[in-house]
Write a protein that binds this ligand. Structure first.
Ligand code: NAD
Ligand code: UDP
Ligand code: UDP
Length: 318
């Protein structure tokens, strides 16, 4: 499906981050001109260094909590720290980027009359009481806990997207992303896949929070980006919200064992306290993505982990 975005000028906010940098790369491959906007809070210039020589790529330092006046044909709004460690380090900034960032990007899309896709999250379901999680589940979120800056910020952003859709007839796409991993995650990102791989490669203890029986479903980055592109390319009546993630579920202990096996590591497992409000289970119901976007993940855990291990191995040895 090469050329889906041929000749279109696309804005990617958070474009120097983990997912954003892969998205910029894929959009260029699809024939788009890409404007990457990032304030480098958790993103790195290294993630996009290989794109800077491309005349169709432009990087701009900007904080999306402030208005942005540019001319584009479509917007992917990915700016927001995603790791609990980072989004909780400055919780007010997290709510600001989620809410003010969404308002500014929606205002921009409204002026330009262009489509806008929101990187929402499975965290809108909180610590879910329904399993797996379908899009019609309203969630179970603590509004005043340490995760609320992110969960409620992203929920409010979804509200804004649907109000701009109803009130201003904006072409919106809301994508609920479930735990995604792969090359270009920051080694100190703090999320489970990067932590375990870095620890295993260094033969250091693997830090299991709680009893390790909590579950997540891990999607490889290439699959996720294909889902984002399909959603943006879908017809105007497809607004979402739509779950994009891998429905194969693992406990955190199983993930640790897989990483140790694939790295061939001597690391031991150690227990650390479970963070407050840590969701006990998470698995996307992707019926809608399968039906509406004809999308499903193609890369399973071992294959994706091996690619990610290779990335971190090279990073740590340079
Ligand atoms: P990331 O932290 O690597 O990327 C976020 C990017 O946004 C970084 O480059 C950061 O510098 C930038 N940013 C933060 N605040 C900004 C601001 N005020 N102005 C401009 N740029 C800003 O995280 P990621 O995993 O790439 O996540 C990207 C998006 O996807 C986020 O919106 C996140 O909530 C969403 N998401 C990711 C996952 C996942 O598993 N990776 C899951 C659910 C949702
Ligand atoms: N905005 C922006 N770029 C634009 C247009 C708007 O950053 O090209 C911002 C603008 O500063 C405003 C927000 O988007 O704060 C919402 O815009 P909207 O037109 O929806 O609302 P209003 O300007 O009426 O408050
Ligand atoms: N986790 C862990 N050890 C780590 C990092 C995370 O056991 O070093 C656990 C964490 O408590 C959670 C799961 O792994 O249950 C996923 O955490 P992550 O921060 O990657 O993302 P979340 O899905 O919680 O947003």
């Amino acid at each position: 499906m090469a050329g889906r975005f041929s000749g279109r000028r696309i804005l990617v906010t958070g474009g120097a981050g983990f997912l954003g940098s892969h998205l910029c790369e894929r959009l260029l491959e699809e024939g788009a001109e890409v404007l990457c906007v990032d304030n480098y809070f958790t993103g790195r210039r290294n993630n996009i260094a290989h794109l800077l020589g491309n005349p169709l790529f432009e990087a701009m330092r900007h904080d999306v909590t402030f208005p942005l006046f540019v001319e584009v044909d479509g917007i992917f709004n990915f700016a927001c720290p995603a790791s609990p460690v980072h989004y909780q380090s400055d919780p007010v900034a997290t709510t600001k980027v989620s809410v003010h960032g969404a308002i500014n990007m929606l205002g921009l899309a409204k002026r330009l009359k262009c489509p806008i896709l929101q990187a929402s999250t499975s965290e809108v379901y909180g610590d879910p009481t329904m399993h797996p999680q379908p899009e019609h589940y309203w969630g179970h979120v603590n509004p005043i806990g340490p995760r609320a800056c992110y969960d409620e910020g992203k929920r409010c952003a979804e509200t804004l997207f649907f109000d701009y859709y109803r009130q201003h007839d904006l072409a919106i796409k809301v994508m609920r992303i479930f735990n995604t991993y792969g090359p270009r995650m920051h080694p100190n990102d703090g999320r489970v896949v990067s932590n375990f791989i870095v620890q295993a490669l260094k033969n250091e203890p693997i830090t299991i929070y709680g009893d390790g029986e909590q579950s997540r479903s891990f999607c490889y980055v290439d699959d996720l980006i294909e889902g984002a592109l399909r959603l943006m390319a879908s017809s105007a009546e497809v607004t979402g919200p739509i779950n994009i993630g891998n429905p194969n579920e693992f406990t955190i202990k199983q993930l640790a064992e897989a990483v140790i096996r694939l790295v061939g590591s001597k690391s031991e497992l150690i227990r650390m306290p479970l963070p407050q409000d840590d969701p006990k289970q998470r698995r996307p119901d992707i019926t809608q993505a399968r039906q509406v976007l004809k999308w499903e993940p193609t890369i399973q855990l071992d294959e994706g982990l091996l690619k990610t291990i290779k990335y971190f191995d090279e990073l740590l040895n340079n």
